[in-house]
Design a protein around this ligand. Structure first.
Ligand SMILES: [Zn+2]
Length: 86
């Protein structure tokens, strides 16, 4: 997505949500964020999948959560593979 597209989407989402963070509802959320990450099948340009988020702490916490989720999934995949082998 070009930065122009991101800016345009951000304006629309900000107007829709009155600049409120979709995580905690606080005002002055400063980042546009995919609610379902594109890497997990979320739509990149779907306004329904876009929300505003505070870069700190909300986005930071979400990223940390997703990293934990990701490593848990990777571990499970590995275990399944080892099960098949055994
Ligand atoms: Zn927030």
């Amino acid at each position: 997505m070009s930065s122009d597209t991101v800016r345009a989407l951000k304006r629309r989402v900000a107007r829709r949500d009155n600049g409120c963070c979709y995580v905690r509802g606080g005002e002055d959320a400063d980042e546009l964020e995919h609610i379902v990450p594109v890497s997990q099948g979320g739509a990149a340009r779907d306004l329904d999948n876009l929300g505003l988020i505070h870069s700190d702490p909300c986005h930071r916490e979400k990223t940390a959560r997703e990293a934990v989720e990701g490593s848990r999934r990777a571990r499970e995949k590995k275990i399944q593979k080892e099960d098949r082998k055994g």
